[in-house]
Design a protein around this ligand. Structure first.
Ligand SMILES: Cc1cc2nc3c(=O)[nH]c(=O)nc-3n(C[C@H](O)[C@H](O)[C@H](O)COP(=O)(O)OP(=O)(O)OC[C@H]3O[C@@H](n4cnc5c(N)ncnc54)[C@H](O)[C@@H]3O)c2cc1C
Ligand code: SF4
Ligand code: SF4
Length: 423
């Protein structure tokens, strides 16, 4: 019998939290987001917290995810539905603006779409993530209003971020806004707008990027140390990639008055960081932004050089997404080069295996009585049976050991108010 999840505390203490931040947006009288040492962004109790309602729990992606799109819509590609969610169009492309294309993580497509929304789509701002100006190895949530803002905030940050905590800013905005986040952030936002008509009206465009998982802040600190940063307080800038595709991990710091810099390839830095992904990422059903209007990823189907002009894979997942993609292209913000639905599975074959393993992982956890999120509308068995027998066995037998290791690591953090914040 699996344990029930009855509160946000249950989500957090059982390591099902994605760190999205929507609970702090919906119940600010009880929760605030902060970086829990070694784990990720987590909800902490505010001083003198209000009683918990179930408003946050109902939309928390750590507790449940539910697809509600119209399965009878003839517009989406039925051959991709089971493994990739709703897919209307798949394109390769990039930002037409060379500065945005260069700065962006893949081809700057997310930033180009956001700029279209600000300059042509009559939207007010873009709620998303950037480096904390005071502590560049941490992330913060911001509302960008201009091309300059968007250039500063472009680029993936392979560290915890909670953009959904900023939803009250969207709610207060004078016009609809763009939201950009990981698939779990986007799922949280879409679940929140179903409960709140005013918020629904204020979300003009929702963009997700593909996501294999969020590494902990500790992983970034360890990598900086390995590359020569003796004191994280001396860091002046940290980029994980971008400035060419796939770009490099670059840290800059002040060494007793001397500016210093260290660089690593995208592959080497990701290989280091990904070992510390939070537990929820191992049992995530949505790595490709199934709840977004438009999802953006890397077109990994093509061989990459160390640094080359950027390119993005774009998936229109709603009719609104299709419309905006076409407008952004026609109005000169986005260059779309190739339309080919097979680019999606060819670019991300690892995500198909991940989906297959999920069936075995959830079965093992439920069988052992461990808490699991409730996922509705995410078929997985069809991918499980295509896995090699060894991978099937691993997903069934290796899961509990991995869960135990994650729980042990977080043992001191059993309830949100007892978690230690990163100083
Ligand atoms: C943790 C993580 C894992 C990823 N895993 C994969 C993967 O497995 N496969 C794949 O194809 N792509 C993955 N990506 C996405 C990829 O790195 C690019 O972000 C994506 O291709 C979009 O590129 P772009 O040039 O359009 O983005 P840009 O135009 O550079 O814009 C990036 C946007 O992402 C936002 N952002 C950056 N970091 C975060 C964060 N941590 N949380 C929330 N928002 C953030 C920024 O605010 C910005 O708006 C991952 C990204 C992250 C952050
Ligand atoms: S997944 Fe999001 S809503 Fe749920 S507990 Fe974590 S931060 Fe809060
Ligand atoms: S893998 Fe899933 S749960 Fe983890 S950060 Fe990415 S979208 Fe969120």
């Amino acid at each position: 019998m699996k344990l029930p999840i009855l509160s946000i505390d249950d989500v957090s203490s059982s390591q099902l939290c994605t760190g999205c931040g929507v609970c702090a947006a919906v119940e600010p009288g009880r929760f605030r987001m902060a970086d829990a040492e070694g784990i990720g962004r987590r909800p902490f109790l505010v001083d003198d917290p209000a009683r918990e309602t179930d408003d946050a729990l109902k939309i928390c992606p750590g507790a449940s995810l539910q697809h509600t799109f119209d399965e009878t819509d003839p517009g989406f590609d039925r051959s991709l539905r089971a493994s990739w969610g709703p897919v209307y169009e798949v394109w390769e492309g990039h930002a037409t603006d060379p500065g945005i294309r260069h700065a962006g993580s893949s081809g700057g497509a997310s930033t180009a779409l956001a700029l279209w929304a600000l300059e042509r789509g009559h939207m007010h701002g873009v709620l998303h993530t950037t480096a904390d100006p005071e502590t560049p190895y941490l992330n913060t949530t911001v509302m960008s209003r201009s091309r300059d803002d968007l250039l500063t905030t472009s680029g993936s940050r392979y560290a915890p971020a909670s953009p959904a905590e900023g939803l009250p800013i969207v709610l207060d905005a004078p016009a609809p806004c763009v939201f950009i986040g990981k698939p779990c952030d986007v799922a949280a936002v879409q679940q929140a707008r179903r409960q709140n008509a005013a918020l629904h009206e204020k979300l003009g465009l929702v963009i997700a990027f593909f996501c294999a998982g969020t590494p902990s802040t500790q992983a970034t600190l360890d990598l900086m140390k390995q590359e020569g940063v003796a004191d994280p307080a001396t860091v002046t800038s940290l980029r994980y990639r971008g400035n060419g595709w796939p770009g490099e991990w670059v840290v800059q710091w002040n060494d007793n008055g001397t500016p210093r810099e260290a660089r690593l390839s995208y592959a080497d830095s990701w290989d280091f960081l990904q070992r510390s992904r939070q537990w929820r990422c191992y049992i995530c059903p949505d790595h490709s932004g199934e709840f977004a209007d438009i999802a953006v990823g890397d077109p990994w189907y093509r061989p990459t050089a160390e640094v080359q002009p950027g390119s993005s894979l774009l998936i229109a997942r709603t009719r609104r997404g299709v419309e905006i993609l076409h407008k952004a292209r026609d109005e000169g913000y986005l260059t779309l080069t190739t339309r080919d639905h097979s680019m999606l599975p060819r670019s991300q074959p690892n995500l198909l295996k991940t989906r297959g393993r999920l069936w075995g992982q959830l079965l093992a956890l439920r069988f052992a009585g461990k808490p699991t999120p409730l996922y509705t509308g995410f078929p997985t068995f069809h991918r499980f049976i295509r896995l090699a027998p060894r991978a099937q066995a691993q997903s069934l037998l290796g899961t509990l050991g991995r869960y135990r290791r994650h729980l042990d690591k977080a043992l001191a953090l059993q309830t949100p108010d007892k978690q230690k914040e990163t100083p």
